[in-house]
Design a protein around this ligand. Structure first.
Ligand SMILES: [Zn+2]
Length: 276
């Protein structure tokens, strides 16, 4: 079973805060466990796994060989990982099996770990429209101390994932999965695709999506106000980043065939049937 991520196993932790207290999700924060996968997993799951830990958790835990990804906390909820409440609320935290103290170039982090974490970071970034750069993909060591912003590593000055960790390599891998064509769903019925956040939103309605929205009548395109929109048989999707209406930032407009008429004239190419 998986919760937010297709490649993760859902092994919930009891250590989290529901929701984000209104904060936008705009950081991905990487860690190392400083211990083995199985021990870290039961520790971070807290009471849910019978451990005594009531203070820390993480959204994800990736094994050193990249073969296992556990999700412990829903992306919509706040994990306790960064030693800084504001950064926990805005961040998706990813623990990796490994050690921060490794000297640079020692080969401490395997190719498979970078591949697994990089792909996970790419998927998380796509779900929340987080830019894939060093300002938004950070280490625990980059998180300010809430009591003294001149210091870093959160309140306890952690230094993970450490100097040996190659963020540039990680970002190259993450960017590689940031490809729109990978996440489209094609509808034979109307010869249009639904991609990315619009697809996630459409599919979040499950079996009632067709009844609620109908099939796509166009591709996604930018309207005269530079808003990304897409027309469906019974709805117009608008991407409004930061609107907070739902986790996909999709707003609904009502349409009928007559309402889509002007948009059809101005954006004829987007309404023309397309190939998958
Ligand atoms: Zn950490």
């Amino acid at each position: 079973m998986n919760m937010d991520d297709q490649n993760a196993i859902w092994l919930p932790s009891s250590n989290f805060d529901a929701g984000r207290n209104g904060a936008p999700i705009d950081r991905i924060i990487l860690h190392t466990t400083e211990g083995r996968f199985d021990g870290a997993l039961s520790w971070l799951r807290g009471e849910a796994a019978g451990s005594s830990n009531r203070d820390s958790s993480s959204h994800y835990l990736v094994s050193a060989d990249g073969s296992r990804i556990a999700q412990l906390v829903r992306e919509a909820d706040t994990a306790w990982a960064a030693g800084n409440l504001a950064f926990n609320r805005r961040g998706i935290n990813i623990e990796q099996e490994g050690y921060a103290g490794a000297p640079s170039g020692s080969g401490e982090f395997s190719d498979a770990l970078y591949a697994a974490t990089g792909a996970l970071v790419g998927r998380v970034a796509r779900r929340h429209s987080i830019p894939l750069d060093r300002q938004h993909v950070i280490g625990h060591m980059d998180v300010p101390d809430p009591n003294n912003p001149a210091l870093h590593g959160g309140i306890d000055h952690h230094d993970d994932p450490g100097k040996a960790y190659d963020f540039e390599r990680l970002l190259r891998i993450a960017n590689g999965v940031n490809d729109e064509r990978l996440s489209c769903r094609y509808f034979e019925e109307t010869h249009h695709r639904v991609c990315d956040r619009f697809r996630a939103f459409w599919e979040s309605y499950g079996e009632s999506a067709l009844l609620t929205f109908g099939y796509p009548l166009s591709e996604a395109f930018r309207d005269a106000d530079d808003v990304l929109v897409q027309y469906f048989e019974r709805a117009r999707f608008e991407w409004r980043p930061g609107s907070g209406q739902n986790r996909w930032d999709v707003l609904l407009g009502r349409v009928g065939d007559e309402a889509s008429g002007p948009a059809r004239q101005v954006n004829a190419a987007s309404f023309a049937p397309t190939l998958p």
